[in-house]
Ligand binder design. Sequence first.
Ligand SMILES: Nc1ncnc2c1ncn2[C@@H]1O[C@H](COP(=O)(O)OP(=O)(O)OP(=O)(O)O)[C@@H](O)[C@H]1O
Ligand SMILES: [Mg+2]
Length: 317
Amino acid sequence: MRRVHRETAVQPVISVKGLQKTYAGGFQALRQVDLDIRRGEIFALLGPNGAGKTTLISIICGLVNPTAGTVHADGHDVVRDYRAARAKIGLVPQELFTDAFESVWATVSFSRGLFGKPPAPDIIENVLRTLSLWDKRHTKVMALSGGMKRRVMIAKALSHEPDILFLDEPTAGVDVELRRDMWEMVGRLRERGVTIILTTHYIEEAEQMADRIGIITKGEIVLVQEKATLMRQLGKRELALTLKRPLTEVPEGLRDLPVALAADGAELIYTFDASLEDPGIAALLARVSACGIDYIDVQSRQSSLEDIFVSLVRSNS
Ligand SMILES: Nc1ncnc2c1ncn2[C@@H]1O[C@H](COP(=O)(O)OP(=O)(O)OP(=O)(O)O)[C@@H](O)[C@H]1O
Ligand SMILES: [Mg+2]
């Protein structure tokens, strides 16, 4: 018996194998996806627009049929055993759609019923309070602001106490306060043992919340890694010097440094590791001056997610 227990503990809560999706029009949105989600983790799926994030989530949640491959959620095949799998899952979809004419209370309570769970006013109250919707419980959904509607979507997804929660771009276009509430909520759910999978374009969001990060591009997962490890790798910053006169090439005297030209030669970009004690900025500026290059502005910035994708995709192809 003990052995069985141990196996259950290490068994992934979601197991995706050989997944492919070609949409009716012939577009191949997922090429070959293999992914295991660990029980109780927060997993952030990052990827540019059109990478296949929503497609992947929709298949796991049983809303879109795979062309090939299998998905198991808590041991249930999401196609063959849809109801059992779906009952374990809460989904906050990327696109908002709610029953506009219902009150907040009714729509959230109804959602719970859809999963065959008995009414539980105390649970619904708790969910609404957590999401600062309690004062709005009698308000019709259509009379809420966009951010509040998003909260309602989250409340609906939590109404049946799922073990696994998908948040597809939960903070796209929401204000700072909701974003913070969301992070807190995710933290509390995680403490209760809920597994959370979220997609985001914001690297700092993944950095705040995730235990592991997966990067998907063009229908393929190109990397899955512990956040701490990834952040060390991605912990690169850039120093951009806006030049007084554009250059056509990197001057001889700077070629041994990690510098490149951007903006048609109007910017000189120096890439450095922010975790180093001496990232070499003073030395760089001295060398730039020694080369007789004048600059009018200096900006330091985190290398963007876009850069990260580009470098990852390049190194993975
Ligand atoms: N129902 C559909 N029919 C045909 N093609 C689709 C359909 N849904 C999505 N696609 C295509 O599949 C690809 C992946 O779309 P998907 O929505 O999964 O991307 P995403 O990673 O979620 O992007 P975003 O960051 O913009 O939300 C896109 O090229 C999209 O146009
Ligand atoms: Mg999407």
